[in-house]
Design a protein around this ligand. Structure first.
Ligand SMILES: [Fe+2]
Ligand SMILES: [Fe+2]
Length: 189
């Protein structure tokens, strides 16, 4: 199915961001300075690509069909699982931004700890979240939604992608991700 294939590819991009986050945090643990501008780029990618672009399609299109059509199990899986985790991700990112601002104003170890804690909280949460979607949630949708609903999901996802493409969303954020990956390619985990 087109939509699931596309969203699994987006997961791969998000997982690459998580590797960058881990490398940046390990650098801080090893005594390197906090790179404010790299963390701002991480936040931008997390908000605009992982959340708005990727979670946007899940929440507005695929997950909506699952909660409406797959009974109690589908509804619980999405509402109490996936949507709660999207919210927790948003919270980690806004707390990360706060810690970065605090560190900029007053570079104390406590703020540095906040940066690493929130960034790694986000990375670990999203890692588990993506594994669950790839292995359980998307598979469940493909098996249990009817072919005409799946077809309509595909159509709406194609329209969402076309609009994002007009605004150069994919191009802009993949470029930011590639620059970060290149910069941290030599860092070991
Ligand atoms: Fe999700
Ligand atoms: Fe996802």
């Amino acid at each position: 199915m087109y939509s699931v294939k596309l969203m699994v590819e987006e997961h791969d991009n998000i997982l690459n961001l998580l590797t960058v986050i881990k490398k940046a945090c390990c650098g801080i643990m090893d005594g390197q300075e906090v790179n404010d501008s790299d963390f701002r780029k991480i936040i931008e990618f997390a908000r605009n690509y992982a959340d708005k672009h990727h979670h946007g399609k899940e929440e507005q299109i695929l997950f909506r069909e699952m909660t409406d059509r797959l009974g109690d199990i589908g509804s619980k899986l999405i509402k109490q699982g996936m949507l709660v985790e999207h919210d927790m991700g948003r919270l980690h990112i806004s707390e990360l931004e706060k810690a970065l601002n605090q560190y900029k104003d007053n570079p104390r170890t406590e703020a540095k700890l906040g940066i690493v804690t929130e960034a790694m909280g986000y990375a670990n949460l999203l890692q588990r979240h993506i594994d669950k979607e790839n292995l359980v949630v998307y598979t469940y949708a493909e098996k249990n939604l009817s072919p005409d609903v799946l077809e309509s999901v595909d159509q709406r996802v194609r329209a969402f992608e076309a609009e994002a493409d007009m605004n150069q969303i994919q191009e802009t954020y993949i470029k930011i991700l590639q620059e970060l990956e290149e910069k941290y390619s030599a860092s070991l985990l």
